[in-house]
Design a protein around this ligand. Structure first.
Ligand SMILES: [Zn+2]
Ligand SMILES: [Zn+2]
Length: 139
Protein backbone atom coordinates (compact mmCIF):
# COMPACT_ATOMS: atom_id res chain seq x y z
CA UNK A 1 0.00 0.00 0.00
CA UNK A 2 3.05 2.19 0.44
CA UNK A 3 3.51 2.33 -3.33
CA UNK A 4 -0.12 3.28 -3.90
CA UNK A 5 0.22 6.17 -1.46
CA UNK A 6 3.34 7.35 -3.23
CA UNK A 7 1.60 7.23 -6.60
CA UNK A 8 -1.37 9.20 -5.26
CA UNK A 9 0.98 11.86 -3.91
CA UNK A 10 2.96 11.99 -7.14
CA UNK A 11 -0.17 12.32 -9.29
CA UNK A 12 -1.56 15.11 -7.11
CA UNK A 13 1.78 16.88 -7.00
CA UNK A 14 1.92 16.98 -10.79
CA UNK A 15 -1.69 18.05 -11.12
CA UNK A 16 -3.14 14.73 -12.27
CA UNK A 17 -6.26 13.09 -10.97
CA UNK A 18 -5.96 9.97 -8.81
CA UNK A 19 -8.18 7.34 -10.44
CA UNK A 20 -8.71 3.68 -9.62
CA UNK A 21 -7.49 2.87 -13.14
CA UNK A 22 -4.18 4.58 -12.51
CA UNK A 23 -3.76 2.94 -9.10
CA UNK A 24 -4.62 -0.55 -10.34
CA UNK A 25 -2.45 -0.33 -13.45
CA UNK A 26 0.44 0.84 -11.27
CA UNK A 27 -0.09 -2.07 -8.88
CA UNK A 28 -0.25 -4.55 -11.75
CA UNK A 29 3.05 -3.22 -13.15
CA UNK A 30 4.76 -3.54 -9.77
CA UNK A 31 3.43 -7.05 -9.19
CA UNK A 32 4.41 -8.21 -12.67
CA UNK A 33 7.89 -6.84 -13.09
CA UNK A 34 9.08 -7.43 -16.59
CA UNK A 35 8.36 -6.14 -20.05
CA UNK A 36 4.67 -5.83 -20.74
CA UNK A 37 2.72 -4.72 -23.77
CA UNK A 38 -0.29 -2.46 -23.28
CA UNK A 39 -2.45 -5.46 -24.29
CA UNK A 40 -0.95 -7.58 -21.49
CA UNK A 41 -1.56 -4.78 -19.01
CA UNK A 42 -5.16 -4.50 -20.20
CA UNK A 43 -5.66 -8.26 -19.84
CA UNK A 44 -4.16 -8.12 -16.35
CA UNK A 45 -6.48 -5.40 -15.06
CA UNK A 46 -9.62 -6.32 -17.04
CA UNK A 47 -11.25 -8.20 -14.13
CA UNK A 48 -10.69 -5.40 -11.66
CA UNK A 49 -11.49 -2.66 -14.19
CA UNK A 50 -14.25 -3.91 -16.47
CA UNK A 51 -14.86 -1.68 -19.47
CA UNK A 52 -11.33 -0.31 -19.61
CA UNK A 53 -10.25 0.25 -23.22
CA UNK A 54 -6.80 -0.10 -24.72
CA UNK A 55 -6.39 3.65 -25.46
CA UNK A 56 -6.93 4.34 -21.74
CA UNK A 57 -4.21 1.85 -20.87
CA UNK A 58 -1.87 3.47 -23.39
CA UNK A 59 -2.63 6.93 -22.04
CA UNK A 60 -1.96 5.72 -18.48
CA UNK A 61 1.32 4.09 -19.48
CA UNK A 62 2.37 7.26 -21.28
CA UNK A 63 1.56 9.28 -18.18
CA UNK A 64 3.58 6.84 -16.04
CA UNK A 65 6.47 7.19 -18.48
CA UNK A 66 6.30 10.96 -18.13
CA UNK A 67 6.34 10.54 -14.33
CA UNK A 68 9.37 8.24 -14.55
CA UNK A 69 7.55 5.13 -13.28
CA UNK A 70 8.00 3.03 -16.40
CA UNK A 71 10.31 3.03 -19.33
CA UNK A 72 9.33 2.27 -22.90
CA UNK A 73 11.38 -0.32 -24.76
CA UNK A 74 11.15 -0.84 -28.51
CA UNK A 75 11.42 -4.54 -29.28
CA UNK A 76 13.08 -6.17 -32.25
CA UNK A 77 9.68 -6.99 -33.75
CA UNK A 78 8.58 -3.35 -33.54
CA UNK A 79 6.26 -3.92 -30.56
CA UNK A 80 6.34 -1.49 -27.67
CA UNK A 81 6.77 -2.87 -24.17
CA UNK A 82 6.75 -1.07 -20.84
CA UNK A 83 9.36 -1.81 -18.21
CA UNK A 84 8.71 -1.04 -14.53
CA UNK A 85 12.43 -1.35 -13.85
CA UNK A 86 13.57 2.22 -14.34
CA UNK A 87 17.22 2.13 -13.26
CA UNK A 88 19.66 2.00 -16.21
CA UNK A 89 19.93 -1.42 -17.83
CA UNK A 90 20.09 -2.84 -21.32
CA UNK A 91 17.92 -5.18 -23.37
CA UNK A 92 18.04 -8.16 -25.66
CA UNK A 93 15.13 -8.28 -28.09
CA UNK A 94 14.14 -11.08 -30.45
CA UNK A 95 13.10 -9.90 -33.89
CA UNK A 96 11.01 -13.01 -34.47
CA UNK A 97 8.93 -13.55 -31.30
CA UNK A 98 9.38 -10.12 -29.72
CA UNK A 99 10.83 -11.53 -26.45
CA UNK A 100 12.57 -8.92 -24.31
CA UNK A 101 15.17 -9.73 -21.66
CA UNK A 102 17.33 -7.59 -19.44
CA UNK A 103 21.04 -7.82 -19.93
CA UNK A 104 23.43 -6.69 -17.22
CA UNK A 105 26.64 -5.15 -18.44
CA UNK A 106 28.48 -1.96 -17.61
CA UNK A 107 28.30 0.25 -20.70
CA UNK A 108 30.00 3.60 -21.13
CA UNK A 109 27.42 5.81 -22.81
CA UNK A 110 28.96 9.15 -21.78
CA UNK A 111 30.67 9.68 -25.15
CA UNK A 112 27.49 9.06 -27.12
CA UNK A 113 25.60 11.47 -24.87
CA UNK A 114 28.33 14.07 -25.26
CA UNK A 115 28.14 13.81 -29.06
CA UNK A 116 24.36 14.02 -28.88
CA UNK A 117 24.60 17.28 -26.92
CA UNK A 118 27.16 18.61 -29.36
CA UNK A 119 24.67 17.92 -32.15
CA UNK A 120 22.21 20.15 -30.31
CA UNK A 121 20.18 17.23 -28.97
CA UNK A 122 18.90 17.08 -25.39
CA UNK A 123 19.28 13.40 -24.45
CA UNK A 124 16.82 12.03 -21.88
CA UNK A 125 17.65 8.38 -21.94
CA UNK A 126 20.11 6.03 -23.60
CA UNK A 127 20.41 2.29 -23.50
CA UNK A 128 21.76 -0.53 -25.59
CA UNK A 129 19.21 -2.72 -27.39
CA UNK A 130 20.68 -5.88 -28.85
CA UNK A 131 18.38 -7.34 -31.49
CA UNK A 132 18.62 -10.79 -32.95
CA UNK A 133 17.15 -14.23 -32.34
CA UNK A 134 16.43 -15.60 -28.88
CA UNK A 135 17.35 -19.06 -27.66
CA UNK A 136 13.93 -20.51 -28.61
CA UNK A 137 13.79 -18.95 -32.07
CA UNK A 138 17.30 -20.10 -32.93
CA UNK A 139 16.34 -23.72 -32.37
ZN1 LIG B 1 12.39 -15.36 -30.16
ZN1 LIG C 1 14.19 -4.22 -18.72
Amino acid sequence: MMVQTQLSDLLRERGHRVTSQRLLIDRFLRENQGHLTAEQVLAGVADALPGTALPTVYATLELFEELGLVRRVQTGGGTMVFDARTEPHHHLTCRRCGAVEDVEAPVELAKVLRRARRAGFDPEHAEVVVSGLCRDCRG
